[in-house]
Write a protein that binds this ligand. Structure first.
Ligand SMILES: [Fe+2]
Ligand SMILES: [Fe+2]
Length: 175
């Protein structure tokens, strides 16, 4: 079954959205690296890797459906944040935006009755729900910690121990 042209276009756009997300998180990791919070830097670095994986999942889907891959330029991400909470708030907004994008994509897949695409997008919708929850939970606790450095460092250590957050340049873990 040929992939609907509108759906093809939107799936290509989603590759770009995921790569843009990856770039946002990489910029955030870089910002955190210049603060004492190396755990959050690792968290963001791992998140950047996850977003790249998402982009590649959409890429592979287009290839598997024999549709044309058309890549667009990636915009420069926001480079500076005013606080840890500010960065995580931006992260939550980023995830909510992506959830909306995938939700819209699902609607188009439904309109053109492409059930295989719906299946792919359902996986992403669940993934988005999880990611939003993870960020929201951390944000809640960051707000609770406020300016208490000791509490922030506890959360930072926890963030650094998050599964998949072992990576980072020079750490010997993933990318
Ligand atoms: Fe993603
Ligand atoms: Fe995400």
């Amino acid at each position: 079954m040929t992939l609907d042209p509108k759906l093809t276009k939107l799936l290509n756009e989603q590759i770009n959205n995921e790569m843009s997300s990856s770039y946002v998180y990489l910029a955030m990791a870089g910002w955190f690296e210049r603060t004492p919070y190396t755990g959050f830097a690792k968290w963001m670095f791992a998140q950047s890797g996850e977003e790249t994986t998402h982009a590649l999942k959409f890429y592979q889907y287009l290839v598997d459906r024999d549709a044309k891959v058309e890549l667009q330029p990636i915009a420069q991400p926001k480079m500076d944040y005013s606080s840890v909470v500010d960065a995580f708030e931006y992260s939550l907004k980023q995830e909510e935006k992506v959830t909306q994008q995938i939700n819209d994509l699902y609607e188009v897949a439904e309109q053109v009755k492409d059930h295989a695409s719906k299946n792919l997008l359902l996986w992403f919708l669940n993934e988005q729900m999880e990611e939003e929850k993870t960020v929201r939970d951390m944000l809640d606790r960051l707000k609770l910690a406020g300016n208490d450095t000791a509490s922030l460092l506890v959360l930072d250590r926890e963030a650094g121990n998050r599964p998949g957050a072992g990576g980072g340049p020079g750490s010997g873990g993933r990318p």
